[in-house]
Design a binder for this molecule. Structure first.
Ligand SMILES: *Cc1c(COP(=O)(O)O)cnc(C)c1O
Length: 232
């Protein structure tokens, strides 16, 4: 079942790339395995070429990191509390959810202690939803200027969680706005700041996100099926 789901998502990614004149290798599929057992992850690793997994809780990421039978890339995609940074700074291949200077400072400090450079994305609340983490579009450039001299953090791009909508077309404008913001920042050629990664699109809207320039899509339900938060 997992393999069939994965293959179906792969096929849709390929189609979306074709429709928008992009090459398949411009887009990384992150399988969001939060709440799912290690056995599901290992099944996916065994049966497919999937090597990128996303988790939104520190404890769950580190547990799975330690136990999985084969090393894979772990993406931290959830809200990150400063007191937990130390547990993942050398385990996550990328932190997608940097949304404050304070968090960036703690990542810098903990990464320095472990002598690693931590790739990060700035989380932007492009749709300006009350309930969402992430900074506002107009705050991004200031934060980037404050982070650019941190030697143990490398800003790779932007991330957003689009609103939950019935029709994914409704999110096209938000994806386009995030892409435009990244182009705008890129055009300023700021030292130590890359804008090559755009992490946007989930099960409901990843095809639209790819059409609008996503380079990473985060798909959970579409691969692993619905989540049951009660048993995890
Ligand atoms: C859970 C989660 C996803 C995956 O959501 P699905 O709708 O199941 O694909 C993607 N991104 C983030 C940040 C998440 O927390």
């Amino acid at each position: 079942m997992l393999k069939e789901n994965y293959d179906e998502v792969e096929a849709k990614i390929l189609e979306a790339c074709k429709r928008s004149g992009r090459s398949r290798d411009e887009v990384t599929l992150i399988a969001v395995s939060k709440t799912k057992p290690l056995s599901d992850i290992e099944e996916l690793i065994s049966l497919t070429s999937c090597v990128n997994f996303g988790e939104n809780k520190v404890q769950e990421l580190t547990d799975k990191y330690e136990k999985v039978f084969k090393p894979v890339n772990w993406h931290m995609i959830g809200h990150l509390q400063t007191n937990k940074v130390k547990y993942i700074v050398d385990k996550a291949c990328m932190i997608h959810s940097v949304d404050s200077l304070n968090l960036a400072k703690v990542i810098e400090k903990e990464a320095a202690k472990k002598n690693v450079i931590c790739p990060v994305l700035i989380e932007v609340n492009v749709a300006e939803e009350e309930s969402k983490f992430g900074i506002k579009t107009w705050e991004v450039l200031d934060l980037i200027h404050e982070i650019k001299d941190f030697s143990h953090i490398q800003v790779k791009g932007l991330m957003t969680i689009a609103p939950f909508v019935d029709n994914p077309e409704e999110n096209r404008v938000h994806f386009r706005n995030l892409k435009n913001l990244s182009l705008d920042i890129k055009s300023k050629s700021i030292d130590n700041i890359d804008m090559n990664v755009l992490s946007m699109g989930m099960t409901n809207d990843y095809e639209v996100a790819i059409e609008e320039g996503a380079t990473m899509v985060r798909v959970g339900t579409g691969i692993f099926g619905a989540r049951n938060y009660n048993i995890s």
